[in-house]
Design a protein around this ligand. Structure first.
Ligand SMILES: Cc1ncc(COP(=O)(O)O)c(C=O)c1O
Length: 363
């Protein structure tokens, strides 16, 4: 007789594996011409980076450096910290998994704001810990007092995300500083800065300063967003040596490929080329926000490469309208809808479809 009981420990038995919005869509659905659902860059990697990738292809028969030492040192130099305060891994999601495995286990709790990055609940469950979700404020920001109120004797980690996915809001330096000082000893804040490069306004906290001033924070960054290397899977974390030493122990050996390592090193060295791209993305973001606002839709000011419309129950009708125009967006049912900054044609097609729709019943 076949045993139909699911295998695995605790929370993993009932957990749903990570799936893209496409994979989780029911039915066959419409064919999409444009994907504005995953906050990717629509441009190819920088020319200097592409050419290094091409040159590295013949080395694919060989294993990469198991610790990606050259990239670790490059990141450390970039951040003005020591190499043993840095861990690199297969995307910042991979590095977050390392951090959670290093710091948490069964019976521990991880506090984070919700809605948030879809991978947080999954990675917390993989670590064995329990996730404690805290609602965002009405303006889509972290409720720092609410997060602090949920920190208990079992809390090991609080995840903060700034700019926040999916709302694009940031935690300014003063509030972040106060929050980090209020955390009980032994609780580590993980500050996910996947979109920090798109934050051109306000006072984005300087990472070296944060690390110098606080011994309880690990900062995560990625090459998937601003650098356009989502397909290569490479990201990093920086934090106090005593934490990062353990984080390196939970790494998958050979987790960063040689191609990803070289591409990431060159990406960090790109100055003007990168700044030009970022400013094109932020201008397109402002224009998209303005046009959506002109249609009477609520749009939060964003500091990332996407915009958030807090449409509550109208999130799904928005996503369906977009889908009929061949545009894939990310709906968070009951909360809102997130639209990545994409190709000008995609923005035009979306705005045209919305202009033809009766939006008067949408929240
Ligand atoms: C907030 C946030 N953190 C981390 C990631 C993961 O990025 P990576 O591709 O580096 O794993 C994402 C990806 O969408 C994200 O939105």
């Amino acid at each position: 007789m076949r045993n139909t009981q699911r295998a695995g420990r605790g929370a993993l038995r009932d957990m749903t594996a990570y799936r893209s919005a496409e994979a989780s869509a029911t039915g066959t659905g419409p064919a999409f011409s444009f994907d504005l659902s995953s906050n990717e860059l629509t441009l190819p990697p920088l020319p200097s980076v592409l050419s290094a990738i091409e040159q590295g292809l013949p080395r694919l028969a060989r294993y990469p450096d198991p610790t990606a030492r050259a990239l670790t040192e490059e990141v450390a130099g970039h951040l003005r910290v020591c190499a043993d305060e840095v861990a690199v891994g297969p995307g910042s999601a991979g590095v977050l998994q390392q951090v959670l495995l290093a710091l948490c286990g069964e019976g521990d709790e991880v506090v984070y704001a919700w809605p948030g990055f879809d991978a947080y609940p999954l990675l917390v469950a993989v670590s064995g810990a329990t996730g404690v979700q805290t609602p965002l404020t009405g303006s889509g920001e972290h409720d720092l007092a609410g997060l602090l109120a949920r920190v208990s004797g079992r809390t090991r980690v609080v995840i903060l995300c700034s700019p926040h996915n999916p709302t694009g809001t940031v935690i300014d330096h003063g509030r972040l500083d106060g929050f980090l000082r209020s955390l009980p000893q032994g609780v580590v804040a993980v500050l996910d800065e996947a979109y920090v490069e798109f934050d051109r306004g306000g006072d984005p906290p300087g990472l070296p300063e944060i690390l110098r001033e606080h011994g309880n924070v690990v900062v995560l960054r990625t090459f998937s967003k601003a650098y356009g290397l989502a397909g290569l899977r490479v990201g990093y974390a920086a934090g106090p040596r005593r934490i990062m030493t353990t984080v390196c122990k939970t790494a998958l050996p050979f987790g960063v490929t040689h191609l990803a390592e070289q591409a990431a090193i060159l990406s960090l060295r790109a100055g003007t080329e990168l700044r030009e791209r970022l400013s094109a993305v932020t201008s397109a973001r402002e224009e998209l926000s303005r046009h959506l606002g002109e249609l009477g839709l609520p749009v939060l000011p964003s500091r990332a490469n996407f915009v958030w419309l807090p449409l509550a129950t109208s999130a799904e009708p928005f996503a369906q309208t977009a889908a009929t125009a061949g545009i894939k967006v990310r709906a968070c049912p009951g909360h809102g809808v997130r639209v990545s900054v994409g190709e000008p044609e995609a923005h035009r097609a979306l705005l045209t479809a919305l202009a033809r729709t009766d939006l008067s019943h949408w929240s």
